[in-house]
Write a protein that binds this ligand. Structure first.
Ligand SMILES: [Zn+2]
Length: 293
């Protein structure tokens, strides 16, 4: 009983967090308890996959309560399940369609939901999973749509991804974002894992295009902590601490939400202010939450 009272106090005292990278994990065909992936092989896999979509939702909301996550950028292929999650926790999620194959979800079909604010983002654009680079003209209508409705875009542009035969690291160089930034100067776009491990390319893009942000998501738990901290420290040394945002990318392992947050909190080279920026303040600015009522 004493312990319970103590942990409830902890919840109250935790400052707010925004998770910029959440999924429902619907398309993942996993047996209950399957561990989460890790890199590089061979490595120790952690976590236990939830058994059902409803268990995933329940445990995700529990983690959000425990860590005081006030908003989550939630994307998935299954628009019906996205609606279910949104209804289960009104105001808690920013709902956004996951896009892999350009044209499969037609940009025009998304328009009414964007207009009605049922959708409030575009992406994760995960076309790199099938070898399509961000500057491919087939993705252009999605960027135009995001610009038109002034909604944020999450894109998977980096060196690593799921072990699919169609995934291409070469299609993930952040330099390939330049054509997108030039064509869509008002686009508010953030890159999964801040382009890991393409550090120099990502720094160049972020210096050149101030509207470009990066998340610290899967790399908070999927790669060795030494590799994550090395990358984060170099981004901070480059002066980019105001442009990085936490995300859990938890998919079907809700315990990764806490692991990701703790990885940021335990970074001994970050000041308290830098931690708050990554966990909350930068996302407030990027999402323009300070401008809305
Ligand atoms: Zn993702």
């Amino acid at each position: 009983m004493g312990l319970d009272a103590h942990s409830q106090n902890d919840v109250k005292q935790r400052p707010p967090i925004i998770d910029m990278h959440m999924h429902i994990g619907a398309p993942l065909d996993l047996s209950a308890g399957a561990p989460a992936p890790c890199l590089p092989q061979p490595c120790m896999r952690k976590g236990q996959a939830t058994a059902t979509a409803s268990e995933n939702l329940k445990k995700t909301l529990e983690a959000m309560d425990r860590y005081n996550i006030v908003k989550g950028f939630l994307s998935d292929l299954d628009l019906n399940q996205l609606r279910e999650w949104s209804e289960a926790a009104p105001g808690r999620f920013i709902i956004s369609p996951f896009i892999v194959e350009p044209g499969k979800t037609s940009p025009d079909a998304l328009r009414p939901a964007l207009k009605a604010k049922r959708l409030a983002g575009i992406g994760e654009i995960g076309s790199q999973l099938i070898g399509i680079a961000p500057n491919d003209p087939r993705l252009d209508p999605y960027f135009a749509l995001a610009e038109e409705f002034n909604v944020p875009v999450l894109i998977h542009t980096e060196g690593i991804g799921p072990p699919l035969p169609t995934f291409r690291s070469a299609a993930g160089s952040p330099i390939l974002l330049e054509a997108v930034m030039v064509r869509h100067p008002k686009l508010r776009i953030f890159v999964e894992n801040t382009g890991y491990p393409y550090l120099d390319e990502m720094i160049a893009m972020m210096y050149q295009y101030p509207q470009l942000y990066g998340d610290l998501s899967t790399i908070t738990w999927i790669i060795p902590p030494s590799a994550f901290y090395d990358y984060l420290q170099r981004l901070i040394q480059a002066g980019l601490g105001k442009r990085l945002m936490f995300g859990s990318d938890q998919m079907r392992w809700p315990e990764m939400i806490g692991k990701g947050i703790e990885a940021i909190e335990e970074a001994d080279f970050l000041t308290e202010e830098q931690k708050r920026d990554i966990l909350y303040n930068n996302a407030v600015r990027f999402l323009q939450l300070d401008k809305k009522n």
